[in-house]
Design a protein around this ligand. Structure first.
Ligand SMILES: C[S@@+](CC[C@H](N)C(=O)[O-])C[C@H]1O[C@@H](n2cnc3c(N)ncnc32)[C@H](O)[C@@H]1O
Length: 392
């Protein structure tokens, strides 16, 4: 990348899980992005190199930040090979570097992303070999240079991946409980709920503590990448360490003290051990309260507050028990969490109805491959009608 690249505005693309596009768009606008346009599982925007670094560091709901560099029409796999080979790859990296290709396809013409990756890899390797007599090797685990190929029908988009490994890898998740949420999804759920760190927060089935850790980071204004050590752009030829240091220093100056209670509990001692280990890794173990307890016996921090939880979905639990669990959850929320907003994510739509609570808002989100409802409930202190009259 040339010096001109450092100064100018250029088009960028942030990828995210489905359902979080509007949240990611708001995060990018807050960072100063221009031309922000939510798409499906991605947000297009423009910005400078500073914004590219800042988006990687700050965006809680981004999975990757891509720099689109080439776009062309192709009709066959040979077109792809030929046009990729025409790109001057030697300007971006050298034979001593390593590289990897990620491909995504939404096309009826090309159906095998693995094959697209292979043809792209061959084109790049052949170009290097023909021009320089030597070629960079492929490293799928930790490449120096990650290239993204997106085929949309007949259009091929080639991007440089500035993130490296996916941004959900925040660097604090050192211990797993059962079915942990992705950090990006957990942060997106908190932001979709509108929680801004100004009221108490709790998760009564916290497992490995992903929602609690993300909540503490939001409340203290810690950047999403606070505990992550490396990004793809650090291996680029034009990497600017001074600019990166400046972005981190600015973030340090914007951190806040925690002024609210963040409390988690779980019935499983083992899972709570994982939560403790993760919070310790994030150096947040003194800020978040943890207790082993069934949710029926969890002690809510004083209202007003927000409860967000990710109960079991029942793949491994008999239906009667799962219905009972959700029904008990509903009555616990109704009786012990008045003055709270409660949010539940579940892939079990029927069980969610067993809470007996009427959602004020619903979103569709994906926990891995599982399509989930993310439902928000207003838990009124007193009768709903009186509450609504008081508010109006
Ligand atoms: C899907 S996992 C939550 C994962 C968590 N969000 C994370 O990121 O690690 C569901 C959790 O509910 C807990 N659980 C199940 N029944 C419970 C109950 N009656 N009271 C409290 N926790 C319960 C399980 O121990 C498990 O940790």
């Amino acid at each position: 990348m040339s010096a001109a690249f450092a100064e100018r505005q250029f088009p960028l693309l942030a990828k995210c899980p489905a359902g979080l596009e509007s949240i990611l768009a708001s995060e990018l606008i807050a960072l100063g992005a221009d031309d922000v346009e939510p798409m499906h599982r991605a947000v297009a925007f423009t910005g400078t190199k500073r914004l590219l670094y800042a988006a990687n560091y700050h965006c809680r709901t981004a999975l990757r930040i891509l720099l689109p560099v080439h776009r062309f029409s192709i009709r066959t796999e040979d077109d792809l090979y030929r046009l990729v080979k025409n790109i001057r790859w030697e300007e971006y990296f050298s034979p001593s570097d390593t590289f990897a290709i990620d491909s995504t396809i939404s096309s009826s013409v090309f159906t095998h992303s693995h094959f697209v990756s292979l043809r792209t890899k061959d084109a790049i390797a052949d170009r290097f070999r023909e021009r320089l007599g030597n070629r960079p090797s492929v490293d799928i685990e930790d490449p120096g240079f990650r290239i993204n190929v997106h085929l949309n029908n007949n259009e091929a988009n080639i991007s440089f991946d500035s993130s490296g490994s996916s941004l959900h890898k925040r660097g604090y998740h050192v211990s797993n409980a059962e079915a942990p949420l992705s950090e990006v999804l957990a942060a997106g759920m908190i932001l979709l709920a509108g929680w801004d760190g100004q009221t108490n927060f709790t998760d009564v089935m916290c497992g490995s503590g992903t929602l609690l850790t993300e909540a503490a980071m939001i409340a203290m204004n810690l950047p999403a990448g606070q505990f992550r050590e490396s990004y793809g752009f650090m291996k680029w030829k034009d990497y600017d360490p001074a600019l990166w240091d400046q972005i981190r220093e600015d973030a340090l100056n914007q951190q806040r003290d925690l002024n609210v209670i963040i409390r988690g509990s779980d019935i499983s001692e083992n899972n709570l051990r994982a939560a403790t280990a993760n919070l310790k890794q994030a150096r947040l173990h003194k800020d978040v309260e943890l207790r082993v307890a069934p949710f029926t016996e969890a002690i809510p921090p004083p209202a007003p507050g927000t409860l967000i939880t990710n109960p079991p979905y029942g793949e491994r639990i008999p239906v009667n028990d799962i219905n009972q669990l959700y029904s008990e959850l509903g009555s616990t929320l109704k009786h012990k969490y008045q003055g709270y907003q409660a949010w539940i994510i579940s892939a079990d739509h029927h069980a969610l109805k067993m809470t007996g609570l009427k959602p004020m808002k619903k979103y569709t989100l994906f926990n891995g491959q599982l399509e989930c409802r993310y439902a928000g409930f207003e838990l009124f202190a007193g009768k709903r009608k009186e509450f609504l009259e008081e508010r109006s």
